[in-house]
Design a protein around this ligand. Structure first.
Ligand SMILES: [Zn+2]
Length: 257
């Protein structure tokens, strides 16, 4: 009798532990609490929504950060892109518009090879340059064979229309999900200037789970997009930028070639 009661207690304890360590915040209908850019599941709460998101509040190498002209200047470490045309696949994932890339395109960053996986957009920019936000920010997400991530960030400023963006924007849909656009290809090469000047630092994903295995490379010179193009994105996602995080004595280098 004693034994079986003890056994039941252990099972209950086990259940409690497994709930407290693995479960996400459950909504009234039992669904997983969704992280968001404002409201009660906004950025200041991301770390509490799930244990898997804890790094969002405990991490010391979080992104985005302020970038300034006074960051340490170094004169080496090129970004070299070897991007191919890829079939246009647009993923409206509920947080941003993401374009998925087929294998075979890569960047050499500081001598390391990283495969281009996808690129996506934030409005306004997540990083700031000398205290200023840009209208938008493009993130090209790469991964090397060891699983390490490298993101190339590019500011977008309101100016002339951008022809590469236009190809994507023509096919934007309000419906969430993956859309394969027939007989259309795109090349992200057009987003990156030759031999760009860029900020280089160790940071994180800017969305949950905020993992800190990301090498950031934010290009100083912005891309241009028209006010209509910026507005069109804003109609889908009015604001999807994480607030600025503590720099915590990290080395941020401005690399000039
Ligand atoms: Zn991003």
């Amino acid at each position: 009798m004693m034994k079986s009661r003890k056994f039941v207690c252990w099972i209950l304890l086990g259940l409690l532990l497994s709930f407290s360590t693995t479960s996400l915040v459950l909504g009234g209908d039992g669904t997983i609490g969704r992280w968001d850019y404002d409201g009660e599941n906004g950025p200041s709460r991301w770390g509490e929504i799930s244990v898997e998101y804890e790094t969002c509040s405990t991490g010391l190498f979080q992104s985005p950060i302020h970038l300034t002209a006074s960051n340490l200047i170094r004169e080496e470490g090129k970004i070299e892109t070897h991007y191919q045309e890829t079939p246009l696949v647009i993923n409206n994932n509920g947080y941003t518009i993401q374009v998925d890339y087929q294998p075979g395109s890569y960047a050499i960053i500081n001598g390391q090879k990283y495969e281009l996986k996808q690129f996506h957009f934030h409005i306004p920019s997540e990083h700031t340059l000398n205290g200023q936000k840009s209208d938008m920010e493009l993130h090209l997400v790469h991964q090397n064979e060891a699983g390490k991530l490298a993101v190339i960030g590019v500011f977008i400023e309101e100016e002339k229309a951008n022809a590469t963006l236009a190809k994507i924007w023509e096919n934007l849909s309000e419906t969430e999900g993956i859309q394969e656009v027939k007989e259309k290809t795109i090349n992200a090469t057009n987003f990156i200037a030759d031999n760009p000047t860029y900020f280089h630092y160790q940071g994180s994903l800017t969305t949950p789970p905020c993992s800190e295995n990301v090498i950031w490379n934010v290009i100083k010179e912005p891309l241009e997009a028209s006010s209509q193009q910026i507005e069109q994105f804003m109609n889908l996602y009015p604001m999807n930028a994480r607030p600025i995080q503590e720099e915590n004595d990290r080395l941020v280098e401005l690399i000039i070639n």
